[in-house]
Design a protein around this ligand. Sequence first.
Ligand code: 5GP
Ligand code: MN
Length: 318
Amino acid sequence: MTTLESIVEEVKKAESIVILTHESPDGDAIGSSLAMYNSLKQMGKNPDVIIPKYNRIFKFLPGSEDILEEGKKEKYDLAISLDCGSMDRLNGWKNYFEDAKVSINIDHHTKNSMFGDYNYVDPASPACCQILIIILEALNIKITKEIGTCLLTGIITDTGGFKYQGVTSDTFQFVAWLLQSGINVSDIYKKAFQIRTKANFELSKLAMNRMEFLEDGKVTFTYITKQDEEEVNAEEGDHERIVDLGRDIEGVEVAIFLHQKEDKTFKISLRSNDYVNVSDVATTFGGGGHIRAAGCKMSGTPEQIKTSLLNVIKRNLK
Ligand code: 5GP
Ligand code: MN
């Protein structure tokens, strides 16, 4: 069984450490990775944090200047995975996780495959950063402004700004405690969650124009293609949060958003409002996530993908 003590012991023992997170990393993935990075530095360690590609809006996070696109060593003593539900999603660097002497998996995805030697997983937690606070406390880390900024970014982004169902009094208590580190909530909120890049705005317009209402307005469907992205000079992560445009409309239960990848397949984002478990829907197609936010990858045309997804979603609508 994984205890906090065993995690503390392994972290203290390790001389070389690598930090990994999930592909298409969001604020919680990057925030938890950098909170861990800054904390290990405070302990006198010199970890490598690998995130090959990420949305440039997160470059304000302390420690982001040290993010590596690839590792520096062949093998590490300890690999720590944050905010990732399965080994295959480790950003193309699962070899570091498999080859490390010891591995720790810290996460909050519903169907985490428990792929580490140690697994500290709590699907009830609304953000990996919220779980991390408990671990950092066990490690005796002083929550500095830098670490607090990373943690709050993960909590704000993964809770949709404190509005999703996973938010509990624990979340607010943790955040109240974090504020003692001197972090600026308004500034972090703006930088991590409010600001849109111009390319994101342009892509949002296209997605809105293409939005279809299906199943009596309970489902929205839209997509953007590689060509759309080229036309607006989009960069990594510029499609983020477009899925929310559909979810936030009156009467909608499920929002579907397709984002075309380099190899022409589509990355699917699913969001629900009240009762459809989109993690189950995504799992049907080999993906996963959380009950109200999940994803998977599919090939085919947007029309074909829409039909396949609707066949499953339909059965879950009231
Ligand atoms: P997003 O739609 O923002 O990319 O992802 C929503 C949630 O679902 C995130 O927690 C993300 O980690 C998870 N997710 C997205 N795509 C996949 C996938 O292909 N496989 C799995 N297992 N989880 C995914
Ligand atoms: Mn997360």
